[in-house]
Write a protein that binds this ligand. Structure first.
Ligand code: PLP
Length: 402
């Protein structure tokens, strides 16, 4: 049972990098009565949202929607396009890239996991030239797919997907490009068609501002062609039956009706605001949060300013400090949830999410909780991050050119 006594008044601050806070407008849309998923009203809704969702992925091709978390959509991307024993080139950007690679192993694929040595890869984006060099060596085209994470949620580092596309093309290699933008979509710029991505994987609970529970595969013609030959077992995840049912706005099984109401509302909100404005809003928040980290005298996890995540910021704590202990103090004292350090980053950093239903003052409050919690944990700060972020936001008004 949820301990409600712990949240006595006001809203809990859910500042983890997903699930993100859900806007009231979306919660209201989801509270409408559940309807017959085989009835005419549902078919009309299905057609409407299947059309609109393409605009967020920036594709003219179909987007498959699953009643599953992002992990399911990872699996769907692999089982639809690959066969047992296929070699796949995966790049280690952090914890989520590592989990995806483990999944590939479990499915009977042969992943080759490359990246910068040691912990460095968890502080930088994909080095596209390493992908190009490896593909250039693969004259027999044994590698069937390249898998990369666009926004590594465990670190707050993005990767340049257009550069990965260029690397594959420069090597003259036919491998498919599979990209996880589970936490990037609808917060960070993403272009499925323009970047020549074959399968884009995403989820509901991050930039789309929905609760967890639905996930996506945007597919290219080449990926659909590959799915006709691919021999990994698939049934629930198979694209063909979903795509067939989707032509009339339905699914071959029971879809997540109320989450789809929410998705329809979220798409309206995002498209009405304009995706470029949405991205600029997240970049501005991220810059404000980084100005706070700098004022504290701490480091952000991402070492390369060119690939700072607009979605979340990883805050590295000084040696000898347990980031999870700091996080616990902040949670208990201020009812504020921050992201934990995952995998190799455990204890070294915490993550501040700046996505979903946020505004400048939510983030100022979040930074206030962090600042107080860090001090309570005995971390010496060189200045006030709250003050720095306030000044950043004041000096960079919303809607000004970014
Ligand atoms: N990939 C990334 C980049 C993620 O951030 C997550 C979840 O946070 C996943 C994959 C796994 O998605 P899910 O937890 O929805 O199954």
């Amino acid at each position: 049972m949820l301990n409600l006594d712990f949240h006595p008044s006001g809203r809990h601050f859910l500042q983890i990098p997903g699930p993100s806070p859900v806007p009231d407008r979306i919660l209201r849309a989801m509270s409408l009565p559940t309807i017959d998923h085989r009835g005419p009203e549902f078919g009309a809704l299905g057609l409407e949202l299947l059309g609109k969702v393409k605009r967020v992925f920036k594709t003219d091709n179909p987007v498959v929607i699953y009643p599953a978390s992002g992990t399911g959509a990872w699996e769907a991307a692999l089982v639809n396009t690959l066969s047992p024993g296929d070699r796949v080139l995966m790049y280690e950007t952090g914890h989520f890239a590592t989990l995806w690679q483990k999944m590939a192993l479990r499915l009977g694929l042969e992943p080759e996991f490359i990246g910068l040595p040691g912990y460095e890869g968890w502080r930088c984006g994909v080095q596209a030239e390493m992908i190009q060099a490896r593909l250039a060596e693969d004259g027999e085209h044994a590698i069937k797919a390249v898998c990369v994470v666009h926004n590594e949620t465990s670190t707050g580092v993005t990767s340049d997907i257009a550069a990965v596309r260029r690397a594959i093309d420069a090597a003259g290699h036919p491998a498919l490009l599979l990209v996880d933008t589970i936490s990037g979509l609808a917060s960070a710029d993403y272009r499925h068609d323009e970047w020549g991505v074959d399968v884009t994987i995403s989820g509901s609970q991050k930039g789309l501002m929905l609760p967890p529970g639905i996930s996506f595969n945007a597919v290219s013609d080449k990926a659909i062609a590959a799915s006709r030959e691919a021999r990994l077992p698939k049934s629930f995840w198979a694209w063909d039956e979903v795509l067939e049912a989707n032509t009339t706005g339905y699914w071959p099984y029971t879809p997540s009706t109320n989450l789809l109401y929410g998705l329809n509302e979220a798409l309206d909100m995002l498209l009405d605001e304009g995706l470029d404005n949405v991205f600029a809003r997240h970049r501005r928040w991220a810059a404000g949060v980084r100005s706070a980290v700098e004022a504290w005298g701490l480091e952000v996890q991402c070492r390369d300013p060119a690939v700072y995540s607009p979605v979340l910021t990883g805050v590295v704590v000084p040696e000898g400090v347990d980031a999870d202990a700091v996080r616990r103090t902040i949670y208990e004292r201020f009812d504020l949830s921050l992201g934990t350090g995952l995998g190799k980053a455990k204890g070294r950093m915490f993550r501040i999410g700046h996505l979903g239903d946020c505004n400048d003052l939510t983030l100022i409050a979040t930074l206030g909780g962090c600042e107080a919690g860090l001090k309570l944990a005995g971390v010496e700060l060189s200045g006030s991050g709250v003050q720095a972020a306030l000044e950043y936001f004041a000096a960079h008004p919303r809607n000004a050119a970014q």
